[in-house]
Structures are given as C-alpha cells and as structure tokens.
Design a protein around this ligand. Structure first.
Ligand SMILES: Nc1nc2c(ncn2[C@@H]2O[C@H](COP(=O)(O)OP(=O)(O)OP(=O)(O)O)[C@@H](O)[C@H]2O)c(=O)[nH]1
Ligand SMILES: [Mg+2]
Length: 458
C-alpha cells in the first residue's frame, strides 16, 4: 500500500498561472521520461530543471512544462522525485496527471509524500505534523509556531532529553542484572538532576498547551445573555460586519450564528446565541437549549447583561448550569446608565451600539477591553514567547501529560528509594510517551490518523 511510484497535484485545482505535479518513487524518473519529449531525465544530474513537452499516447503535445529532478536520497521524500510544473487551469494538469498514471505512477493518498519523508528519516513525526499545521494555519501566530516546529528544535528538545534518559535507564537496568553484587552503574546525582530537568521541561510543555491550543483551534467564544441584552449588536461590532439581525424585539436570534475575527494574531470564533429566558414557545425553548450547548462547548462565555435591567436570578441559574471553562461578564447599554455608574467588580461595561461606529468606539474606549478580557480568559495571553517550547497538538499534549505523570512517579520512587524495577518501569513509560511524539515509537493506526489530515499532494 505504501509502495510504488506516487503522483499528485501539489497545487489547488482551478485557474492559475501554473500547477505543480509531484511524483515520488523508484519509477519516478522513467515514468516521466515515458511521457516527456525533449528531455532525458535518466541521463540528467540531480537538482536540474529541464524544459520539455508532455505528449499524449499518439505523440501530440498536451502542454509545455518544466521538469525538476531530485535523485534519491537527496530529495524531499528520500526517493527519486520529479516535479513537473505545467500550466494551471482545470485541464492541463489533469491531462498531465492522467498521462503519468498511464505511464505507471499511482495517484497518491493524503500525506503520502510526507509519510515517505518520515519513513526515510527526512524528518521526525513532530516535524511531519508541523507541515500539516503549517498548511492549516489560519493566523500568523499559528504559522510561526508550526514553522518553528518544522525546523526541529521542538523535536530536538524532546529527543535530547529522551536520549539522556535512555542512557540512564539502560544503566539502571544493568544494575538489575547484578542484584546480588549491589553495584550502582547509574550515577544517582546525575539521575536526580535529570529527573529535575525533566519535571521542569515537561511541566513547562504541559502548561504551554493552554496557549498552544488556542493557536491550533482558535478560541471559541459563546455570546450569551438575556433576550435584548444586545448580543447580536455586540457580535456585529466585534467582527465589524453586519452578521446577525438586531432588533428591539426580544427573541430575535433563535439559532446560533458564527463569525470569525483575528484579534492580535489569534483566531476567535464568536457564536451569537438565542437569549436566555425561562419560558416561551417550543422554538424559543430549542433556541435556549442550543445556546446552552454552545456555551458548554465554548472556551469562553461572554455573558452580556442589560445594565439597565441588571443581572436576574434566571441568569444566575443559567450560568451555574453551564459551568463554562471561563467567563467574561459584560454590562451592555452603558449609555443608558447614569454617568457615575460602574459595573460590579470583575465585570466590564460597554455600549455595543456606540462601538459599532468608529467615533463611538473612540468615545467609549471601544471594545478593546472586551477583546483583551476574552483573550486572557481563553488562555491566549501571558504565554511563553518561545515557539519551540509551545505544544499545539492535542496528540502531543496527551503524551506530554502521560510522560509528566510517569516522571513524577519515577521521581517519587527514586526519592523514597524503591526498587530499581519500579523505577525503570516508570522511566520506560516516560521514554515510550516521548518516543511517540517524535515517532521513534509508532504504529500503523497512529500514522494513518496523522497522515489522513494532510492534503493529497503533500
Ligand atoms: N441604548 C443601547 N441600545 C442597545 C445597545 N446595544 C444594543 N442595543 C439595542 O438593544 C436591542 C436589542 O439588541 P440585539 O442586539 O438584537 O439584542 P440580542 O441580545 O441579540 O437580543 P435577542 O436576539 O432577542 O436575544 C436593539 O434595539 C439594539 O439596538 C447599547 O449599547 N445601547
Ligand atoms: Mg440576537
């Protein structure tokens, strides 16, 4: 399944000046030569570009192309690679592709090129995943972290710690073979220092995921509150577009409405919801239930209170029922309140209607404090700026957590002087978890899941 010569379109379909087709595998060069005229790749040195024509079975020209040759192992996948740059649009690339398939290549599956690169030791698993993250990055910050991971310092951090630990575990296990003699090969002071270093490294990486997750997933913010509190007005002001219907009638929004914006390089998904109310028609009740579900699933609940009406009991109950990860309490309609009024401690006040107009935004201090509070509640601020030490993937975070736990057990075991067996078992667990991040240890299921996230052609 993972063999043969694969081919895929590496650029999006549709009209464009050029399209790139990549081919990798033992037959890549001969397949290309079968289809191209005016070029003899078999006789070419590696890392050369050649201009030629792709011909159909009858010898008629289909397109004029540039073919690049990268011989194994000096190529992206570690195999022979040919990259054909043809003209864009829907037809040319498809015709060239089908010619290459006729000549013996097979259409690649998602991520198959990167998978080969991983298998051939061109990159480790964390770097391969960084490529998918890079392609999927939707904010500059997310992009920066994936590039940092792609260059391998994150992997290096994990790998070098794992290797030091592997040395020590081997020594401890050696001692176990000499139980009668009571010898110590592993230097206890070095082990102690390594445990300390590991605990601090894994602690830091584990904590970084709170921030890292906001980069990969964005921050999901549920805008909730009583009917007419001004939720939809606020959504429109926050994203600077007229997304949701606003009206003086209570119960205007019934379904959840999503809109995205980038705030300080962070992707925020705002979800406007139906107003929280005790009774109503079946449709309204469904709207309230949907609002609850959105709030439960959100990273932050931005709870909008009508400043004039104040916070009601039904709202307190609703909030208690949601038990969200983080809240921002916002008193809206500040303009209807006396000048000297201030919102309850820990909450903010705005006038969503004035924030819509730029003049109003300046006058009221705008929504800046709200945006800041949301970023903070969502875990996007106060993070380490070191991109190499930021975990952004749920898969890695799970392994880091498990490794950290096993290392804590090992440290306790070591300090209370338990047997070498128990110590070595916990340290082995740490090694396994870390090895799964960088791919020293892996299995087909894990690889299949990771590479299915990729696009075809990558
Ligand atoms: N004076 C004043 N009116 C506001 C403010 N924000 C919203 N409104 C008005 O309040 C009314 C309700 O606004 P919406 O944004 O539709 O309120 P909502 O919370 O989405 O209401 P539902 O969808 O019914 O739950 C509209 O007439 C808005 O113009 C504000 O800051 N000050
Ligand atoms: Mg609304």
């Amino acid at each position: 399944m993972h063999e043969g010569t694969i081919v895929a379109l590496a650029t999006p379909r549709g009209q464009s000046a050029l399209a790139v087709i990549r081919m990798s595998g033992p037959e890549a060069i001969s397949v290309a030569d079968r289809v191209l005229s005016g070029v003899d790749l078999a006789a070419s040195e590696s890392h050369r570009l050649h201009v030629g024509s792709v011909r159909d079975a009858d010898g008629a020209a289909l397109d004029q192309v540039v073919a690049g040759i990268f011989r194994a192992p000096q190529s992206a996948t570690g195999e022979d690679v040919v990259e054909i740059t043809c003209h864009g649009g829907d037809v040319a690339a498809t015709l060239v592709m089908s010619r290459l398939v006729e000549a013996g290549a097979r259409q690649a599956g998602p991520g198959e090129f990167t998978r080969r690169a991983f298998m051939n030791g061109k990159m480790d698993l964390a770097q391969a995943e960084a490529i998918a993250d890079l392609i999927h990055a939707r904010s500059e910050r997310a992009h920066r972290v994936s590039v940092a991971h792609l260059y391998g310092r994150y992997s290096e951090l994990i790998r070098s710690f794992r290797e030091d630990m592997l040395d020590l575990v081997s020594l401890i296990e050696l001692e176990m073979d000499f139980t009668d003699e009571d010898v110590e090969f592993a230097d206890r002071r070095r082990l102690d220092a390594l445990l300390e270093r590991g605990l601090s490294l894994l602690g830091e990486l584990e904590a970084s995921y709170r921030y890292g997750r906001t980069l990969s997933d964005g921050i999901r913010v549920a805008i909730a509150g009583r009917p007419n509190a001004g939720k939809s007005t606020l959504l429109n002001a926050l994203v600077g577009a007229d997304r949701a219907i606003v009206s003086a009638e209570a119960g205007t929004t019934r379904d959840s409405i999503e809109a995205e914006s980038l705030v300080d390089g962070h992707r925020i998904v705002w979800v406007d919801t139906a107003g929280v109310r005790a009774s109503g028609s079946a449709i309204e009740a469904e709207g309230v239930e949907r609002a609850r579900r959105v709030a439960v699933g959100a990273d932050v609940v931005l709870y909008v209170v009508d400043a004039k009406a104040g916070m009601l009991d039904v709202e307190r109950q609703w909030l208690a029922g949601v038990d969200a990860a983080a809240y921002v309490m916002l008193y809206n309609k500040r303009d209807l309140m006396p000048r000297e009024w201030t919102p309850p401690q820990g909450s903010l006040a705005v006038s969503a209607t004035s924030a819509v107009s730029e003049a109003g935004a300046a006058e009221r201090g705008g929504l800046q404090p709200v945006l800041h509070a949301v970023l903070e509640a969502g875990g996007a601020t106060g993070a380490t700026t070191d991109e190499h030490r930021t975990v952004t993937s749920a898969r890695h975070a799970a392994h880091i957590r498990a490794a950290h736990e096993a290392l804590r057990r090992a440290a306790n075991a070591f300090r209370s002087g338990v047997s070498q067996d128990a110590l070595s078992m916990d340290l082995r667990a740490v090694l396994d978890e870390l090895g799964m991040i960088t791919g020293e240890i892996t299995n087909e299921d894990v690889l299949a899941r990771i590479f299915s996230r990729f696009c075809i052609g990558k």
